[in-house]
Ligand binder design. Sequence first.
Ligand code: ARG
Length: 491
Amino acid sequence: MTEQNEHLALWGGRFTSGPSPELAKLSKSTQFDWRLADDDIAGSRAHARALGRAGLLTDDELRRMEEALDELQRRVDSGEFAPIEDDEDEATALERGLLDIAGDELGGKLRAGRSRNDQIACLIRMWLRRHARRIAGLTLDLVQALIAQSEQAGNAVMPGRTHMQHAQPVLLAHQLMAHVWPLIRDVQRLVDWDARIDASPYGSGALAGNTLGLDPQNVAVELGFSRVTDNSIDGTAARDLVAEFAFVAAMLGVDISRLSEEIIIWNTQEFAFVRLDDAYSTGSSIMPQKKNPDIAELARGKSGRLIGDLTGLLATLKGLPTAYARDLQEDKEAVFDQVDTLEVLLPAFTGMVATMRFDTDRLAAEAPTGFALATDIAEWLVRNGVPFRHAHELSGACVKIAEERGQELWDLTDDDFVTVFADFLPADKAPQVREVLSTEGSVAARRGKGGTAPERVREQIIDAKSKAESLHTFAVSISDGPAYRPEGSLN
Ligand code: ARG
């Protein structure tokens, strides 16, 4: 290693002194951006071939350059090569590694026609596209666990709530599937997003493009992109696509948090709707009887962190002049943290969901209570010709009587119904309202599209399964580019 390489900087020609220790410490990013090393080396391979095609590397030089990059990758994989204190960022470290292997003469040719600005803009895209596929896969595992629970729930009923108050009985499967659809949309968002981020900024240079006649389309394809960014300034400066990923990650956190809150409540002694498996619950260090829903609580807590990563990134981007500025270095930790968080959280959360067990007898007993069938009375009256405004009042009158007596609606006598409905229905008709005063009758009646009737819920389960199945191709799709190795050693 030469003296110069020990303190390698990618800039410095015009400087009389090196950076102050304070600046070096502030500027350094290898502690978090080293995980882009695989993608950087893949980018360097593609760039070397572009230099070759442009006649800026001879065939022999290109061959030796590729061998040197292979060796560099090997050293990175084995841990033999890693950033040192003086390396400003992953690009600086890898340049040092390459010069060490290929020598200054050949190694020094690779930087022609590229800048760390287009390089880093490209690397974050490559890294995110790969991890978006993993997160999609983990989310689909959760979708699958919820669908399995829904299928197992069959026609089990539970109290449906609005404002947390008993509202109308619903199928347990219907309530669970209400969490499946947002998760499917999150995966769809990743697929949509991927089509937008599928453009390589390589060739944008520092901001204005390159003068060397390099062909960026081939580089793009080699790195798994189908096209090149249209504007080199935008190519180096745009982080809306990083922020869009961060939104999907935050939304995923919020969606999981909503389900967590439900599970935490269902798991209380008062509700006792669900029991969590021992392997997915924790105990208390002082209270021997405790069994806590920590996974759900951590999920709820981590959603705050996922939102914070998004808002922090948006705040960084706001007000930046449009071309590269060093502020953009701050894009990475936000999404790295989100990816790390989700890749640990989702498998644990899915395990908890897959193993939780519902007390369906208790759910069924609670389903119709709290006058949850009041709407059914009103709608039965409507079917018998009573205008809804009056039907609503008559049903409310039934609730009032039951409440005063401390009874439920089905405890009212035939005489009660005859009296309450007297202005609208004949006495022989009124007691027939009982036909809707059962949970089964209530849920079966809601057979409009998306409703809680068992056949509708079965339909949506089939539909969700086929949507999840088609999204699976995205989750397992790994582009041909060398950086798209399914299990990168650094990631
Ligand atoms: N480490 C920088 C980043 O992550 C790379 C680009 C630095 N470019 C520069 N001109 N200083 O954004």
